[in-house]
Design a protein around this ligand. Structure first.
Ligand code: GLU
Length: 389
């Protein structure tokens, strides 16, 4: 199965992002599933047949070597009925209570549906902050990477039970885009109740035209999305456009596609109507730009000549090659890498805080546990997190 670094090595994604927008070329795919698709609005039950068909699509993609991550909504919609919370607008703590109940059912439904294809499901609950605060970002990225490597399908939702902000339907559009960015996915599909972006809301303006491709979310495009929907289980177009912006910035192409009928991914693959948001670069370039863009490093490491050579060859920075650590930084913070002449040769996200980096510098990676008392990462800066100057 492809790892992020394989993707990076081949540049395959960079080309695919600019060329034919087809699901067939995806290597690491995030699929966002809205509540309205998964949950029957009348009964509050999970649409088992639909889910079974989706699981077939996922199994087919995985059979071709595509890594698949699902971001699923529906916890609140499923949970509220079980707590007798129907027919009115819920208070935040009631939504959180509903999510706590519904999430179990949701996870179980995915587990069952994918087990029929011998696929293991892993539940990952994140808050938007996990994708934004760098320390957690590194952890969540590494965990999801590990799950994919081990062949599991991560099913991600917001940790609604502890989220501090108001939970709004549609937030998972943005969450899915953040997840795609975090794990350097090359493709994101938002399965929705509409087959893409139109020049105006097609439910109100019958002459609205469908837009097949967007390469930049301009104010004009945003105006087409209209105002935020307040209805049940739909974030409307506004949150999808926000997701599109994040995805384009992250070098991830994104599709908004209709998902209500069975086999939505197969349909999309067979050329079903949708809107593609196409970035000009791939996820690898975008991530490197994102890391390289951190001019405000709060510290630096000085490396010996051997390490400097290894970095130039595309290797990770190991503690053995570090001879000095300057400044004060936390795990996940961007730091500068200097050679012995004090020249900045790169920038990267540190896997250790400054104190621990100082303690392990000069040591072999296998000695880290003995020095720190815990087994951290082998590298001080992983090559995926490093940009050379
Ligand atoms: N996280 C919410 C849930 O699972 C849904 C958010 C959304 O629909 O965007 O119920």
């Amino acid at each position: 199965m492809a790892s992020v670094s394989d993707l990076a090595a081949s540049d395959f994604v960079e080309n695919a992002a600019m060329g034919a927008p087809a699901l067939a070329t995806a290597r690491r795919l995030v699929v966002k599933i809205g509540s309205a698709l998964l949950v029957d609005e009348k009964t509050g039950h999970i649409r088992q047949d639909w889910l079974a068909a989706l699981a077939e699509d996922v199994a087919a993609l995985r059979g071709r070597g595509v890594e698949v991550v699902l971001v699923s909504s529906g916890a609140i919609s499923v949970g509220r009925r079980h707590l007798g919370l129907t027919g009115r607008v819920l208070a935040l703590e009631e939504k959180q209570a509903a999510a706590a109940t519904g999430q179990i059912k949701l996870a179980h439904a995915y587990q069952e549906a994918l087990a029929r294809h011998d696929i293991t499901v892993a539940q990952v609950l994140v808050t938007l902050e996990d994708t934004e605060a760098r320390r957690r970002h590194l952890n969540a990225r590494a965990t999801i990477d590990a799950l994919l490597r081990l062949g599991a399908v991560p099913v991600i939702n917001e940790n609604d039970t502890v989220a501090t902000a108001e939970i709004r339907f549609g937030d998972n559009d943005r969450l899915a885009a953040r997840v795609a960015q975090m794990i350097s996915a090359d493709t994101l599909v938002l399965l929705s109740d509409i087959d893409g972006l139109y020049t105006a809301d097609p439910r109100k303006a019958p002459d609205a035209a469908h837009i097949p491709v967007v390469t930049e979310v301009t104010p004009e495009i945003e105006a087409m999305g209209g105002a935020a929907a307040t209805g049940y289980s739909s974030g409307g177009m506004v949150t999808k456009l926000a997701a599109g912006k994040i995805a384009i910035g992250a070098g991830c192409r994104m599709a908004i596609a209709h998902g209500h009928a069975a086999h939505p991914l197969r349909r999309l693959e067979e050329g079903g109507r949708c809107t593609w948001f196409l970035p000009s670069a791939g996820p690898r370039t975008a991530r490197k730009r994102w890391i390289g863009g951190h001019l405000n490093t709060t510290g630096s490491v000085t490396v010996d000549a051997g390490a400097a050579r290894a970095l130039a060859q595309g290797k990770s920075l190991l503690p053995a090659g570090v001879i000095a650590v300057e400044g004060d930084f936390q795990r996940g913070d961007p730091i500068a890498v200097q050679d012995m002449d004090g020249r900045v040769i790169g920038r990267g996200l540190s896997a250790y805080n400054a104190g621990d980096a100082r303690r392990i510098m000069g040591h072999k990676s296998r000695e880290i546990e003995a020095v720190l008392g815990y087994r951290g990462r082998d590298e001080i800066i992983h090559r995926d997190d490093l940009v050379l100057a």
